[in-house]
Ligand binder design. Structure first.
Ligand code: NDP
Length: 403
């Protein structure tokens, strides 16, 4: 019996729950809890009509450790899948410790008052999880998640070492809105406006946000401007691929997105410190989130594809010298919407969350303590990507990126 509790009923939670219902041999009972129960009910209704599977729903404020502990105690799942926001990570990990239940998430903890993406807060749970005999799997989305599994697959099957690694994340989708973000706007804007950081010669090098721009021709999308930025998997990849000389992360943004973001930043709307408005304290970025389109609402109108992958250079396993491989997935927004009612950014995160959960529930990945996705055998996860709607390809390139 593999009873699972999913917390968070946004786009990612919706995709994960739909895909769990489509794999009822692994996920025999699905429970969904979130701050707004109506969102859980809407997902349960969609899952029922698409798959015939029932999903039990609950309201929960996951910042409240004792309420979450009580809910987990009542449901008694084998695994809690945290698809709420990064702010809730530690509170949900505490509730898992209180109840002795395994934990999985897709984004590392961030304090609300500081845009810092670091694993140290969650890695600090290592001893407590090990002593309790439970497992936490961190970062089981696409990036972080699949991009790290891609790197480890290359290290297992193609390259003895990875000297250079570039992660390229392109969303070539068009949602028809002047400005919207494809996942939670608050988290997205905090990430994009933070200084860029890349790994070079054993340390992180910081540069101003969006200051390194390059053009790249993405298969299925075309030529796009991409910007170097910090992304949390660089920290775990630097740890688990110790020989890596340089690791960088790139994401594409359209000119319209940059124009709107620049204005919002210039007028102070992306600030995360409270300001007083009419005698009430508000955080400008949280207010901005409230007026922007909900990412889940972009599904019906988004057309185009995402293309996310890794370009890795290192010593070939077969002894043939240094080689470069490009491994990637291309996902179509309209296909993702037809299958689960959500666009591809939610789809490419929710499917790997389901697969990570399947790895834990089937025993393919086991352990006691806190683990990053790089620490497990990539093969069963890569097989499920092919079977579950995120097929990948690998090709050899002439050499690393020329910039
Ligand atoms: P959404 O904002 O669409 O959904 C978040 C959900 O969490 C909402 O249903 C929200 O409830 C709920 N929630 C927020 N706070 C609480 C709380 N205190 N208690 C209970 N529920 C709460 O986000 P997404 O679905 O787009 O993203 C979900 C997660 O996935 C995020 O952590 C995001 O960073 C991560 N992500 C990871 C990616 C990856 O590739 N690794 C890519 C994209 C996203 P309400 O509706 O009431 O606000």
């Amino acid at each position: 019996m593999s009873r699972v509790l999913v917390i968070g009923a946004g786009g990612v939670g919706s995709v994960a729950v739909h895909k769990m219902a489509m794999n009822s041999g692994i996920f025999s009972e699905i429970h969904l809890a979130s701050r707004t129960k109506a969102k859980c009910d809407a997902i349960a209704e969609s899952v029922k009509s698409r798959t015939g599977v029932d999903v039990a729903t609950y309201a929960i404020d996951a910042d409240d450790v004792s309420a979450t502990t009580a809910l987990i105690g009542k449901i008694q799942p084998r695994l809690v899948v945290n698809l709420a926001l990064p702010y809730q990570d530690l509170a949900i990990m505490d509730a898992c410790l209180n109840t002795g239940v395994d934990y999985l998430d897709t984004a590392n903890y961030e304090p609300r008052d500081e845009a810092r993406f670091e694993y140290r807060w969650q890695w600090a749970y290592q001893d407590r999880f090990r002593e309790k005999g439970i497992m936490a799997l961190l970062g089981s989305g696409f990036d972080p998640g699949v991009t790290s599994v891609f790197a480890m697959w290359l290290k297992k099957h193609k390259l003895k070492t990875i000297r250079l690694l570039d992660i390229l994340d392109c969303n070539g989708g068009d949602h028809g809105q002047a400005f919207a973000t494809n996942f939670n706007p608050e988290i997205n804007i905090r990430e994009v406006t933070a200084p860029a950081r890349h790994w070079e010669q054993g340390q992180f090098v910081e540069t101003p946000a969006m200051s390194n721009k390059q053009m790249f021709d993405f298969e299925g999308v075309g030529s796009k401007n991409m910007y170097m930025m910090y992304h949390e998997e660089l920290e775990s990849l630097a740890k688990f691929i110790p020989e890596m000389e340089r690791g960088r992360f790139w994401m594409t943004f359209g000119d319209e997105y940059i124009k709107h973001l620049t204005v919002l930043q210039n007028v102070g709307m992306t600030r995360i410190d409270p300001v007083t408005y009419n005698g009430v304290e508000i955080v400008p970025l949280q207010f901005l989130k409230a007026v922007l389109p909900e990412p889940a609402s972009l599904g019906p109108t988004t057309k185009g594809k995402t293309n996310i992958g890794d370009i890795a250079t290192g010593e070939a396993l077969d002894g043939s010298g240094e080689k470069t491989f490009y491994i990637k997935n291309i996902c179509d927004h309209e296909d993702a919407y037809a299958e689960t009612g959500n666009q591809a950014v939610s789809y490419t995160t929710g499917v790997p969350a389901m697969i990570g959960a399947a790895m834990m529930l089937t025993g393919a990945w086991q352990g006691e303590g806190v683990f990053n996705i790089e620490q497990f055998d990539p093969d069963p996860f890569m097989d499920m990507l092919n079977e579950q709607g995120l097929p990948w390809t690998v090709e050899e390139l002439d050499g690393p990126l020329q910039f």
